[in-house]
Every structure is written in C-alpha cells, then in structure tokens.
Ligand binder design. Sequence first.
Ligand code: HEC
Length: 490
Amino acid sequence: MSWGSGKGLAGLAGAGLTAMAASTAVVGGSVPMTTFSEHVAPIVFKNCSSCHRPGEAAPFSFLTYDDVRKRGRLIVSVIEDRFMPPWHAETGPLEFLGERRLSEEEIQTISTWVESGMALGDPKAMPPVPDFPVGWQLGEPDLIVRMDEAFEVPAEGPDIYRHFVLPLDLPEDKWVTAIEFRPGARSVVHHCLFFTDTTGRARKADAATPLPGFTRMGSALRGSGRLGGWAVGGNPRLLPEGLAQRLPKGADLVLQTHFHPSGKVEKEQSTVGLYFTEKAPKQSFAGVQLPPSFGALSGLDIPAGEANHALTDSFVLPVDVKAFAVSAHAHYLGKDMVMTATWPDGETRELLSIPEWDFSWQEQYTYKEMVSLPKGTRLNVTIHYDNSEENPNNPSDPPVRVRWGRESTDEMGSMTLRVIAENPSEMPILRKALKDHSRDVVRGRISDRISSKGGRDLGRRWLLQRLDRDGDGELSDEERAAGLRRLGGR
Ligand code: HEC
C-alpha cells in the first residue's frame, strides 16, 4: 500500500477503516463521517429495536436518535462483549434461522460513531422506524386459549417460575405444526416452555394453591410431554417438511413461565395460538437427547465447589438422518455445552456450541438448511457445570452438592438434536437404537451404584427395593454381586 500519494489515503478511508475516517471527519469535508441517520440507525433498527421498544422485555427503547445517543457508551460495551443482541450459540460452519449477531463491521461502525461524538447527520437519510407485526404472525390459529385468570407479578424481587394450566378439552388427537405464544405483559415475561399433561397432575397442583398456577416443577410435571417454547424476541415457526407433533386428546397445555420483575406491578395473562394440520404427517421426527433423560438414576452428581464438572454422552446413528433443529437444557450451574458430529470419514463438526450457558435463554436453534448425517456418524455431547462460588448464578451460597432434579436448584443437562430419517421407513430402527442407548446408560448407572457402597443417593431406595433380599435395609456383598449378575445377564 502506498503512503506517498493523496490517492493512497483516500483509498484507506474507502477501504472501510471507518475509525480513521471518523476521527479525521472534521478535517476533510470529503471524508465520509459516521452518522446516526445514515450508518447507525439501520443497524439498530434491524438488530435491536424488535426487543428494545415499548411493551417488550428489554429495559429501554431504541427507536429514536435520542434513545440511542443517551446510552451510546453502554451500547458499545454490550455489543463489543457480545452480550447484545442476545445469542448464545457460537457461530460455526452451520447457520441457524433468525441468528441475532452483529458483524465486526457493524460493531466497528457503532463504536466509531460513539467515539466521534454521535452526530445525527442528515435527518432525511434516516430509515423509517420499522413496522413491527401486530396480531398473529402465522395467521389465525386453529385454536386459541388464554389463561383464565391473570397472575400478578410484583414490582420487585427475585425471578419467578410459575406453571399455568390451560385445559384444551380436545375430543381427539391433533397434529401441531406451530405454537404462537403472546404474553399479556411482555415487559416481565422472559421465557415460557410448553408442556402437555394427560395425567391430571398439573391441574391438581394448580387447584391446591389459591393463586393462579403453581410453583413446584417436581412431580406435577412427571409424565408430561414437551411442545417447545418461547423466549424474548422469539418468533413462532412452523415445523419444516410438513412435520407435526402429536397433541393427545384430553391433554392440558401447561405453560412454565419465567418472570423477571420490571419495577412495576404487572398482570400477566398469556394467550396461546395453536396451529394444526388436518392429516397426520407423512413422516415423524425424533429427538436424539444426549444424555437421555433418566431421572434420579442419571448419575448427575456435582460436588460443592467444583468449577468444571463434566457430563458426557455419545451415540452412533444407526441410519442416515437429516437434522433440522437442536437445543440444550441445563439449570443455573450450566457453564458451557457442545454437541459435535464425527462423520464416518473422521471429519468432526460442531452441531451446536454454547460457550456461555445462560439459563434465561433456552432456545430452539433451527438450521437454515437441514444437516445430513450418514449412518455411522457419532454424536458427542459434553456439558460442563460450575458449582463454585465464582459462578454468579449459583443458587446456593456457599455451594452445596447438587444432583439431578426438576427444581431449578437441582440440575439437569442434555442436548437434543431433532432429526428425520432420510428414509422414513427406517425410523423404527432409530427409535429402537435410542431406546437401547437409554437402557444401556441406565444400566451403567445402576451397576455403578450397586458397586459403590454407602452414600445416601437418590437411587438408593429404588435399589434396596429390588436387591435387598433379606430386607435388612442394607446391601450385603452377596446382594450386590447378585444385582450385578442380573444386570449383566439380561
Ligand atoms: C431478543 C431481544 C433483544 C434484542 C434483539 C436486543 N436486546 Fe438488548 N436487552 C434485551 C433484554 C431482555 C435486556 C435485559 C437484560 C437481560 O434480560 O438479559 C437487554 C438489555 C440491554 C442493555 C442493558 C445492559 C445492561 O447491562 O444494563 C443494553 C445496553 C442493550 N440491551 C443493548 C442492545 C443493543 C445495542 C441491541 C442491538 C445490537 C440489543 N440490545 C438487542 C433484549 C434484547
């Protein structure tokens, strides 16, 4: 590059070195200056305003020059840290729909604008404030249900998790293609997970408390199915390829809502729109959940103070599949998690990596294009937990030993890849392999547990019931050996 001529300098500014261009803007009239109307507003309107506007969950609006100028420095710090826009998946080779991420260039443009004094520029160059969609985003739903009573969220205090039961009273099974969730008080609803309950347990738990809904996650959700979820900024999306999820007749819809008090008392009464398809879909999909959910026998046991406890699992695909979405789940001790695929030829790629897990952002990540994974591909999952004092999200201070459980102070951990079989007739092979995998994992845990003496852990009562032949409340060496033989010999 030549520094010897004026042409070289002009070339520099033109090459996008906006930091330099802006700091010299006052000198040369010909050098472009970074302004709000021309450069910053388009970035903010496109990437920030959908959440940062009145009535949404973000704490303030970004719709005008003044809104943004007032918080210029704070904005630069949160975008440089990539705290905003919120997006927890690492950018890998595979792209997701609705990815919320600023490019390096966009970050540079905003920081240059802030450093150079935050000029408005020509108001006529300003793009219009975007029109945010009102009403149902996927058209009129087939079924609309609403919480029958509002729940009052206090102005202050810790976050609240609460479950609300919405009876659907469906006389027959339905196939769900999408769910649209519309909070009544968007400023306090952070996320919501949808469950179906056919056991009546959730209704009972609800009836047992005077206020709308109930708090405990525990047994009231046992036996319930998952139907996806919604998080701040999320848009409803149809399942791809004509897929649909079965909603059993008579099931209740249970909303698990996470509230973040806003400083003002709010009344929340959510509405949910369900979209059905008339016919059963031509093919079904499966969730490859690793590790599989196996409750108290999961073996998840995180010592107090341990900062990098690992949970791993691995599964080899028995048929060719196409993956369309991936998600992850853990509670407050979750630290980072990654799912990789190792192709039969040895190449390894990340399917989802969340380097900084945040319990508040439980998202379903949908691939822009389906990912083909041939038979023989190995899926590996590694989840780390931080149960040290250093973890600001640790619900216990000082830290305590934490095991598997449904309460948010217990832990869970798994990643789920949603797949269809390349050849739909091979779906039963995949389902059988998943079942076998689950059984093998449980068997491994049980044999670990039988081998380890003592310890008052969660599977103990279960084991005693089955293996304590003489009923003395202890497992003798003989009883242990017999138990292991039974496991191995099945
Ligand atoms: C998907 C919704 C969403 C989008 C998009 C979004 N924000 Fe936010 N923003 C939030 C929420 C919610 C909070 C409150 C903090 C939290 O809950 O994590 C927040 C908080 C902030 C804060 C306050 C941080 C603090 O420490 O007080 C700033 C500044 C901010 N956002 C800037 C931005 C900018 C700039 C963009 C665009 C580049 C953006 N946000 C895009 C939802 C969003």
